[in-house]
Structures are given as C-alpha cells and as structure tokens.
Design a protein around this ligand. Structure first.
Ligand SMILES: *[C@@H]1O[C@H](CO)[C@@H](O)[C@H](O)[C@H]1NC(C)=O
Ligand SMILES: *[C@@H]1O[C@H](CO)[C@@H](O)[C@H](O)[C@H]1NC(C)=O
Ligand SMILES: *[C@@H]1O[C@H](CO)[C@@H](O)[C@H](O)[C@H]1NC(C)=O
Ligand SMILES: *[C@@H]1O[C@H](CO)[C@@H](O)[C@H](O)[C@H]1NC(C)=O
Ligand SMILES: *[C@@H]1O[C@H](CO)[C@@H](O)[C@H](O)[C@H]1NC(C)=O
Ligand SMILES: *[C@@H]1O[C@H](CO)[C@@H](O)[C@H](O)[C@H]1NC(C)=O
Ligand SMILES: *[C@@H]1O[C@H](CO)[C@@H](O)[C@H](O)[C@H]1NC(C)=O
Ligand SMILES: *[C@@H]1O[C@H](CO)[C@@H](O)[C@H](O)[C@H]1NC(C)=O
Ligand SMILES: *[C@@H]1O[C@H](CO)[C@@H](O)[C@H](O)[C@H]1NC(C)=O
Ligand SMILES: *[C@@H]1O[C@H](CO)[C@@H](O)[C@H](O)[C@H]1NC(C)=O
Ligand SMILES: *[C@@H]1O[C@H](CO)[C@@H](O)[C@H](O)[C@H]1NC(C)=O
Ligand SMILES: *[C@@H]1O[C@H](CO)[C@@H](O)[C@H](O)[C@H]1NC(C)=O
Length: 749
C-alpha cells in the first residue's frame, strides 16, 4: 500500500515537472490541444480539433491529422498524415514567415499510348502558392508543359526537345537541356499543370521514355542526366504555400478588434502574397502572437548576458548598467565601463585652478597691503603731501612702484650691484625708456622722526638741480627699506681715480683742481642756495662721483641733515666717516655747515697727497689731517704731495691749495672758511692758473718765493730741497697773506 502511494507521488512529481518544463518553452497551442501530428509541430492558429484552431467557421486553419494502417512486408505499417483541405498533405508549418510546406505531386507521362494528355491540379483556398520560393519545373526530352491559374487566364510553361547526342551538363543545372524552369506570379491559389509530348516519345524512348512537370520548392530538385530516368521513382516535391490571416490588410483588420488576430506585444504585417496579414512578436518578445496570452517579454538578462557587468531587463528590451561611479557603455561589444578620469581630472583641474587663483589673489592682496603699510611707514602720505605742495615744479620727484624697480634691476640681481655704500646697496637700473639710473636701498625705516627727515631730504634733494649734485629722480616707498632712484654716474668715485693703488694714470692736476672747485661749488650751493640749507655730513672721496667727462657729482645724502633756517646748528648723533669727521662735531655733537668744510678739506688733502685720510699702521693710527698739518708745520710738505701731479708749474697752485686745505681742517669750526669762500678761492686758483697775470702776480710770486724760499728762483736746486725749507714761522705769515688774498679775490668777483 505504502509502496503504491509513493509511486503515485513520484509520478505526480514527474508530471508536474514536465508540465513546468513545457510551460517554460512557451506553449504554441491552445491549452488542451494537440501540438504535434506525427513529426509535424502544429502551432496555433492551426489546429487539429475543434476549438484548437483559428476561425472555426472557415476551416482555413483546420488540419486533419489522420492515421492509416496498411499492410506491408513487415506486418502492419501506420502512416500519420496531416491533411489541409481535401487532399493537401502538410509537411511543416512556420509562423514567421507564415508558410506551409506541403507535398506536391509530380505530373508524369510515359506511356504515349494511353494518356497523351495528362494533368494535375492543386487548390489552397484562401492561401496562395509562393511565387518566390517555388519553381515550375519540366523534365524530359520530348515534352512541353503548362502551368495555368485556374481563376484567371494566366498560363506559363516551357518545352524540351533533345536527342542521344545532345550534350548534357553533368553537374546538373536546370539549364534548358532536358530540364527547364519558369517562375509564376504571386497570389495563385489554384493551379492546373498539363503535360504534352511532341512525338509520343517515339524518338527518345531509349534513354528517356517519360516527361515530368511539377512545382517544387527551390533547391529541392537538382537536375542531372540521371534524373531523366530516375525521376520516375519520385512522386512528390515540397511546395511552399503562403498562408495569411483573412483576406484583409492590417489596417482593415485592426479596425475590428474582435477578429483581429494579433494579440498582446505583437504587431501586424502584410502578407508577402499581397492578400491578408500575419502577426509577429514585437522585438524583445517571444511566443505565439495569435494566442490570447500574447507574446512574452524575453528576459535578456537570463543566462547568456549581453552586458559586461550589470544587466537590467525591461519590457521588450534590456539595459546594461555600469557600476556606481563608472561611466560608459556596459554593452558587451560596447566601449565598456570606464572610470570617468577625464571628468574627475577636469574637475580637479578646475578646483586646483580656482584654489590657485584664490591663493594668488589673497597673496596679491596681502602684498598690496604690505606695500601700503610700508608706504605709510616710510612716510608715503607725507611725501604725497609734500609733492602736492610742489605742484608748480616741472621735474617732480617720481614715486616708483616696487614692480617698476624690480624690472629695472632684474629683481635686484647681484650682477647689478654697483657698490655697498655706507647708507645702503646701490644697484644699476635700466628704466623702460632705456635710461640708466642708480637705485639705492636706503637704511632708513621704522623710526617716524627719521622717516620725516628722510622724506624731507628726498623732497628737497629732488628739487636740487645742480650740475655737480647727483640728481634724485624719485623713490619707492612700497618696500620695507625705501629705495632711492638717482641719476646714473658712470665713471666711478673720485677715490677710484686718485688712489695710486687703483689707478696708474691718475687725474691731472688741472682736473683735480676742477673737481675740487666743482665739489666746493656744489656743497656751497647746498649750504646756502638750496631752499632749506642742507648739511651733507658725509663728504668724502667715495661720495664724489665722476661722470665720463670727469665732472664731479656729489652724492650720498643718506646722512644729510636739513637745517631749519632759523637754526645755525643742530644736535645729532655723531655720524660720518673716520678721517673726514670734524673733530669739533665729534666732541660736541653740534652739527653745522663747518663740519662739511672740514670734510671737504680732507678731500682736498686727498687730491693733493693721494693718501688715505685714515690709516691703521700697526698700533699707530695715521690721520691725514693731523699728519698734513704737522707736515706743513715742519716744512716737509713736499714729502706728502702726490708725486704724480707735482711739477714746476704746479708748485705755486699746489701750495695755495695746500694752504686752503689747511684752513679747512682747522680744529675750531669758526676758524674755517665757509664753503662759499672755499669755492670762490678754488675758482680763483683756477683762474690764476689760466691767467697768471690777471691778479696779484706780484703777490703770487712773492708768496711763492716765500713759500719755496730761495730756491724758488733757482729751480735747478729741486723741489725737495725747497719744500724742506719751509719753516713754522713763515707758515703763519703765509697763512695770513693767503687769507688777505682770498678776501681780495672774493671782493673782486
Ligand atoms: C491527440 O492526438 C492523439 C493521437 O495522435 C489522439 O489520440 C488524441 O485524442 C488527440 N487529443 C486531442 C485533444 O485532440
Ligand atoms: C478526416 O479524414 C478522415 C479520413 O481521411 C475522414 O474520415 C474525416 O471525416 C475527416 N475529418 C474531417 C473533420 O474532415
Ligand atoms: C477558382 O477556381 C476554382 C476551380 O476552378 C473554383 O473552385 C473557385 O471557386 C474559383 N475561385 C474564384 C475566386 O474564382
Ligand atoms: C544513345 O547513346 C548510347 C551511348 O552513347 C548508345 O548506346 C545508344 O545506342 C544511343 N541510342 C540512340 C537511339 O542513338
Ligand atoms: C486541367 O486541364 C485539362 C486540359 O486542359 C482539363 O481537361 C482539366 O479539366 C483541367 N482540370 C481542372 C481541374 O480544371
Ligand atoms: C500520337 O498518338 C496518338 C494516339 O495514339 C495519335 O493520334 C497521334 O497522331 C500520335 N502522334 C504522333 C506524332 O505520332
Ligand atoms: C526506380 O525504381 C525502380 C523499381 O521500382 C528501380 O529499379 C530503380 O533503380 C529506381 N531508380 C532510381 C533512380 O532509384
Ligand atoms: C474576404 O473574405 C470574406 C469571407 O471570409 C468575403 O466575404 C470577402 O468578399 C472577401 N473579400 C475579398 C476582397 O476577397
Ligand atoms: C533596445 O534599446 C536600444 C536602445 O536603448 C535600441 O537600440 C534597441 O534597438 C532596443 N532593442 C530592442 C529589442 O527593442
Ligand atoms: C627737468 O629735467 C630735465 C631732464 O632731466 C632737465 O633737462 C630740465 O632742465 C629739468 N627742469 C627743471 C626745471 O629742473
Ligand atoms: C672714465 O672715463 C674715461 C673716458 O671718459 C674712460 O677712459 C675710463 O675708463 C672711465 N673710467 C671708469 C672707471 O669708468
Ligand atoms: C625755528 O622755527 C620753528 C618754526 O618755524 C620753531 O618751531 C623753532 O622753535 C625755531 N627754532 C629756533 C631755534 O628758533
């Protein structure tokens, strides 16, 4: 009992699984209908029993599945046939294209004596024989045959006549020798084949006693000479019949929704024969479009995938997705999913650029602010005020920007450094108009009092237009350390030209004299002629520049002080260069114009002696001023004079200048001449040199005589001896004479 139950169960399981498997392969027939007959699969709308085929009332789609049993050599043989209409045997059925393959009979005639005229006809009801897939073929050598439409007058055919000698092609194309083929038009539903003979097959009886005519599916018959005989064994050929639903067009059929054959997810197509329509599933769907259930979506994502990564099935189609963050074509033959590097890198680039721009802008703003801060710190606003007041002047101080000067000095390149002055570093600069300038980095900054002074100097100096004062073009206050822009003087400092170590061919005495006079004139101008007196404070041979014509230019006003008009002297921190420093100023700290006179005196000494103003000689310190004074007092002046300029003609003038210098370096400032006096005297000396006869020739010669002692007339003795004779007593006397003479000269001009 238990065994039987489990057997039942097993059977039940088997049945359900088979049913499920069948359901999975899309049923092609109505539920409960036979889907095969013998080997032939019968899809709906065809059917073999009632309610199993389309349009029951017309029998167009009814197929009669018959099984006949007949006796044969091995007992009983059953043949299953599928019959359409009265006698058309169906071999296979196709839905798309809508075709029935049926068996067509061969019309054959062999026996001329009985049936000379032989015929065969077929009818397909609403269906028609395919004109594209079938051929009407005639085989024989004494034959002609017709293919005629039973419902019209259309008739076609071909005739064949050949003998034993006729050359047959072995690889049998049906080419007109023993075999001919012809086409026929569409929409022929019923045809009649008739076959005739010319000579009752008498001539060709030996090798081909018969004639054949038939309609056959193209390719199902390959002619060869052998077929002339062998064809007698073949009685049927496949014939393709186009079937269609009704005799309406798609448009007409769709109007009548009830009889419209194409169901869900299918569409209507016009029949190739021109009559009726048929149905096909939409792309992406499969199934039987005539069944009520319609066509079903194909799940493309099932099994064999069309996608590289992620498949997404949709109704009638599918999409291939890329994983999150990826972009591109996920289809198998597509370009593939790619990480969007270009987009991301582009994004990053944009962000980077933005950040850079922001940073840059911020930096620029900070820089601008810093410049502004420096500008204010360096007294820029005060400077602007000052400039405003000088609006009348044509050559005003220019305020340069930092960028302008950076360009001019190639970003303060080391190769552009002209020298390290006491007041800062000097660069050579080239302005956009190709003019040369000297740019000095000052050492002022911070202290507001100093700033004010600095600005004062800058504004005042910029107004000075003296040929022997280095012209100040402008300044730049945007930097931490203010920058000054000067006229470029190209031939170095005075020291460069008189230093015996640096320059073999030193300046001539005449030039030295002229330079001294020019310098004196310039300082005198600063002291008196400028709108506010200026004390240079740092007159020395390195601050006197020479241009290519050896014209002197007083420079470096970094230490200079302005002296308010109502004051004759100001107290300052002692500042200057050792050797040039006024001893009185050094002691008291009281600065006045006479300090410059002292310094100039030392420069004069340098011009005369070409010696350093201050030297450390081991433990001993050598101050040129003291040394010179003592030399003069000892009468050994000749020893200190620069041999390069000493000659007989110069002696007097040298002597005179020596006396002038001696006066300039007096310890007490009051005893020194003013700069104006010095300048005037020097000019006098030059004039005397040019025109020794002009004035005081007697005095000069007398003076010379005195100075040079007895040797003056007797030049052969030589200067060494002569100078050696100068005594301390005569010195004082000559000094007074000199003074007188100087005043006379001053009065005279
Ligand atoms: C199906 O065909 C078989 C024979 O081939 C027949 O016995 C059976 O009755 C048919 N069933 C239907 C539903 O037509
Ligand atoms: C099918 O054919 C058989 C014999 O060929 C015939 O007896 C039967 O009536 C036919 N059935 C229909 C429905 O035509
Ligand atoms: C076509 O010819 C056949 C046979 O002669 C006949 O039965 C049928 O009714 C005809 N049909 C039409 C539409 O003429
Ligand atoms: C036809 O040709 C074959 C061989 O080529 C020959 O045997 C036969 O006798 C010929 N028949 C006629 C009627 O000429
Ligand atoms: C076919 O043609 C022949 C000869 O013309 C004729 O005798 C026969 O009746 C025709 N058959 C049909 C079905 O019309
Ligand atoms: C063919 O045979 C028929 C009848 O047998 C006869 O009437 C006819 O004349 C013959 N034709 C030829 C060409 O022999
Ligand atoms: C045709 O059939 C006959 C007997 O029915 C046979 O002798 C002959 O060889 C067959 N011919 C071919 C080509 O099969
Ligand atoms: C189409 O078929 C119907 C019957 O099914 C018939 O009444 C109608 O005349 C036919 N129309 C054409 C154009 O053949
Ligand atoms: C599916 O969709 C793609 C575009 O999205 C289209 O190119 C393709 O033809 C469609 N395939 C089907 C079967 O509809
Ligand atoms: C202005 O400067 C130019 C060249 O630097 C000079 O020739 C001119 O004399 C100056 N004018 C004044 C008023 O300083
Ligand atoms: C100064 O100028 C002269 C010619 O004017 C020139 O020969 C000499 O080399 C220059 N010296 C310097 C140091 O530039
Ligand atoms: C100089 O004049 C200014 C104002 O013009 C004044 O402040 C200052 O005290 C005066 N100095 C002397 C020493 O008179």
């Amino acid at each position: 009992m238990g065994l039987l139950n489990s057997l039942h169960f097993a059977l039940a399981v088997l049945v359900t699984t088979t049913a499920a498997a069948l359901a999975a392969t899309e049923a092609q027939t109505k539920r409960g209908c036979n889907d095969t007959c013998g080997n032939v699969i019968i899809p709906y709308p065809f059917g073999t029993s009632k309610n199993c085929y389309y349009r029951d009332e017309l029998l167009d789609f009814f197929l009669n599945c018959t099984t006949t049993t007949s006796p044969s050599s091995s007992g009983e043989a059953t043949t299953t046939q599928l019959i359409w209409g009265e006698n058309v045997e169906v071999v296979s059925i196709s839905l798309d294209p809508p075709e029935l393959t049926v068996s067509g009979d061969v019309t054959k005639q062999c026996n001329y004596s009985s049936d000379i005229l032989f015929w065969n006809s077929m009818t397909f009801g609403e269906f028609s024989i395919s004109s594209t897939k079938n051929r009407f073929t005639v085989v024989g050598c004494d034959t002609y045959a017709y293919f005629s439409d039973l419902n019209s007058t259309f008739r076609t055919g071909c005739s064949l006549s050949c003998s034993n000698e006729t050359r047959f092609e072995e690889a049998g194309a049906c080419s007109g020798v023993g075999c001919c083929q012809t086409s026929f038009p569409q929409a022929i539903r019923n045809y009649n084949i008739t076959l005739y003979s010319f000579d009752n097959y008498t001539d060709v009886l030996d090798f081909n006693p018969c004639g054949y005519a038939f309609v056959a599916k193209e390719g199902s018959f390959n002619f060869s000479k052998r077929e002339l005989r062998g064809l007698s064994n073949r009685t049927q050929f496949p014939v393709v019949v186009d079937w269609a639903v009704s005799n309406q067009t798609c448009r007409e059929a769709k109007k009548d929704a009830k009889s419209y054959a194409c169901k869900q997810n299918s569409r209507c197509k016009e029949s190739v024969s021109g009559i009726g329509y048929y149905c096909v599933c939409e792309d992406g769907f499969r199934g039987n479009p005539y069944l009520d259930t319609g066509c079903k979506d194909i799940n493309e994502c099932d099994g064999d995938n069309h996608c590289n990564k992620k498949c997404h099935n949709i109704d009638g189609n599918y999409t291939c997705l890329c994983p999150w963050g990826f972009k591109g074509n996920g289809y198998k033959n597509g370009s593939g999913c790619k990480f969007p590097f270009t987009e991301i890198s582009l994004g990053l680039l944009v962000i980077f650029t933005l950040v850079s721009i922001l940073c840059w802008a911020n930096k620029q703003r900070a820089l601008k602010q810093l410049r502004r801060q420096y500008f204010e710190q360096n007294g820029g606003n005060y400077m602007l005020q000052q400039l405003h007041q000088q609006q009348g002047y044509t050559n005003r101080t220019k305020i340069f920007t930092e960028d302008e000067l950076k360009i001019a000095t190639n970003n303060f390149d080391e190769s552009r450094i002209l020298g390290h002055g006491g007041q800062g570093i000097v660069y050579k600069g080239i302005l956009p108009d190709n003019s040369l300038v000297a740019i000095k980095k000052s050492r002022v900054g911070g202290d507001s009092r100093q700033v004010k002074d600095f600005i004062n100097e800058v504004t005042v100096l910029s107004q000075i237009n003296h040929r022997n004062v280095v012209k100040l073009f402008g300044c730049c206050l945007e930097t931490e350390v203010p920058l000054l822009v000067y006229e470029f003087v190209d031939n170095g400092t005075l020291l460069d030209h008189i230093d015996p170590l640096k320059n073999e061919h030193s300046l001539s005495w005449e030039t030295r004299l002229r330079i001294a006079a020019e310098t004196a004139g310039a300082i005198s101008y600063l002291h008196s002629s400028a709108s506010i007196p200026i004390i240079h404070r740092d007159i020395k041979s390195t601050n006197i520049l020479l241009d290519h014509n050896h014209i002197a230019k007083v420079s470096d006003f970094g230490a200079s002080r302005l002296v308010p008009l109502n004051e004759t002297q100001v107290s300052t921190v002692v500042q200057g260069t050792l050797g040039y420093l006024d001893p009185e100023y050094l002691l008291t700290g009281q600065l006045n114009e006479k300090s410059d006179v002292y310094s100039f005196g030392v420069v004069l000494l340098e011009l005369i002696t070409a010696k350093k103003p201050y030297e450390f000689l081991g433990l001993e310190q050598k101050n040129l001023a003291t040394y010179f004074a003592s030399s003069m007092e000892e009468g050994s002046l000749l020893e200190v004079i620069d041999k390069r300029v000493l000659n007989q003609k110069n002696a007097e003038l040298l002597n005179e200048v020596a006396f002038l210098a001696r006066r300039c370096i007096r310890v007490h400032g009051e005893e020194r001449p003013t700069m104006k006096e010095v300048a005037t005297e020097l000019e006098g000396v030059i004039a005397m040199k040019k025109h020794p006869w002009v004035k005081g020739e007697d005095m000069m010669s007398k003076e010379c005589e005195c100075l040079l002692g007895h040797a003056a007339a007797n030049t052969s003795v030589g200067y060494d001896g002569a100078y050696g004779n100068i005594s301390a007593n005569t010195f004082a006397a000559y000094e007074s004479i000199q003074k007188q003479m100087a005043f006379e000269i001053v009065d005279g001009r």
